[in-house]
Write a protein that binds this ligand. Sequence first.
Ligand SMILES: [Zn+2]
Length: 232
Amino acid sequence: MHINRLQELHKKTQQNNIDFYTPGGMHVFFKDRLTNDDVDVEAILAKIESKIPQHLYSEIEMIIVGWFEEFEERSINAFYDSGTIYVSNIQDDNADMYDDIVHELAHALEEVYGYSIYADEKVKDEFLRKRKHLHDILWNHGFKATLAFFTEVEFDQEFDDFLYKTVGYDKLSALLQGVFLSAYAATSLREYFATGFTEYYLDPNHGFFKKVSPSLYTKIYQLQNPDELDNY
Ligand SMILES: [Zn+2]
């Protein structure tokens, strides 16, 4: 490779790993270097701040890019904890990281807008109807698990193992098409919300989302405008 091109690449890598503040006030800190030089965190955050209204990410003070033990322990690549989003430095591309950050934003704003999201129980009712439907589909396909499993809205390891190990991700994804937006949405009520929130900012065409999860869609639509929220 030509030396100028090498220097250019080196410069790009350097620039892509320098801590910075976003215009919206988030502090981005690199604990570890990105493994992919094409991932541009500044561009990803600029996209997030242009698409998502500020009141929905005002809780986020910091984003730390790096590798964390929790990722291995829980087979995840991002998590949220008290004002900070921890996100993996191993990313396929910008879209991959955009997904991860928007998903964790959803968990962050659940804490602030929890009342508006969950108090009327519309999202929970919709989620439980889908879980019941999923139970019936799986039962008919020979995966006979007790219905009680499907009525727990919190994350449950045993149920998670049933979905991902006994049924398996590919089979589950195929069977729940048109019921849940994705297999991950069936995991718990919180993930049902987070996957919907991510979908809203991922695909500008909301037709499919509206059709599959109308109550969740309405809720996320209302979140765009703080005046429509009960606790405002
Ligand atoms: Zn999540």
